[in-house]
Design a protein around this ligand. Structure first.
Ligand code: FES
Length: 93
């Protein structure tokens, strides 16, 4: 299976590629960028919280204390648990 690469664009500037099987936070770190804050990398601390403004994505397990069901519906996610299915426009929250 080939992993498609998607373009991650940040509201306010910044762009980096991310494969569909790669976490957005990991892809950002690999490029040496620091648009999003890095903490536990495990979906628990919430410092990498972002909102997806445009594009399809999936998420892994995230702390419900950091991203509630209502937050999820509004596009909030933790970048260390966020996988793009599409090019994404994201906002650091
Ligand atoms: S880095 Fe801690 S939740 Fe993503």
């Amino acid at each position: 299976m080939t992993a498609d690469s998607h373009q991650i664009t940040l509201v306010g500037g910044g762009q980096f590629p991310c494969r569909g099987d790669e976490r957005v936070l990991t892809a950002m770190e690999r490029r040496g960028a620091d648009h999003i804050s890095i903490g536990c990398r495990g979906g628990g601390c919430g410092v990498c919280r972002v909102r997806v403004v445009e594009g399809k994505y999936r998420t892994g397990k995230m702390s419900a204390a950091k991203v509630s069901a209502a937050d999820l519906r509004q596009g909030y996610a933790l970048a260390c648990r966020l996988y793009p299915l599409d090019n994404l426009l994201i906002e650091v929250s």
